[in-house]
Design a protein around this ligand. Structure first.
Ligand code: FES
Ligand code: FES
Length: 158
């Protein structure tokens, strides 16, 4: 029996066995190559997606668990060709080098801001502690998130 779910706002279905990882289905069936395959053991965060708004490692979730749920990948963040503000902040702050960690990192930031729109530096660090980056040293990534939050505050006050 097919497993039905919503992917980036569209109804989709998979006939893969229920014990297939969500990562495998997203990449190999749905062609969402922005969902990166890193460690496949839940340690690097490269495969992060949102499930009903919460960030999870798609390599650790089985497709049998996602019936009726809404999955968002990095491909679902752009609207009418416009980058998401998180993507723009990463680009502006130079938070991207090789880019391998970037989609997962951005999806973790999205999940963080969904549950806490105004995180402190410590909360940002904690939220991104499961996303490994071998290039940036993380500082530019934290700065990108902070600049986004500051920008929102000034827009709200302005
Ligand atoms: S590939 Fe999923 S956490 Fe590394
Ligand atoms: S930018 Fe290269 S791993 Fe993060």
């Amino acid at each position: 029996m097919s497993i039905c779910f919503i992917l980036n706002g569209k109804n989709v279905a998979t006939d893969s066995p229920a014990d297939t990882t969500l990562l495998k289905v997203l990449r190999e069936e749905m062609h969402m190559y922005g969902v990166k395959r890193g460690c496949e053991t839940g340690e690097c965060g490269a495969c992060t997606v949102l499930v009903d708004g919460e960030n999870i490692n798609s390599c650790m979730m089985l497709v049998g668990e996602i019936e009726g749920k809404s999955i968002t990948t990095i491909e679902g963040l752009t609207t009418d060709g416009e980058l998401d503000p998180i993507q723009r902040a990463f680009a502006e702050k130079g938070a991207v080098q090789c880019g391998f960690c970037t989609p997962g990192m951005i999806m973790s930031v999205k999940g963080l801001l969904n549950r806490n729109p105004n995180p402190t530096r410590a909360e940002i660090k904690e939220a991104l502690s499961g996303n490994l980056c071998r290039c940036t040293g993380y500082e530019q990534i934290f700065e990108a998130v902070e600049s986004l939050i500051e920008g929102r505050k000034s827009n709200n006050n302005g």
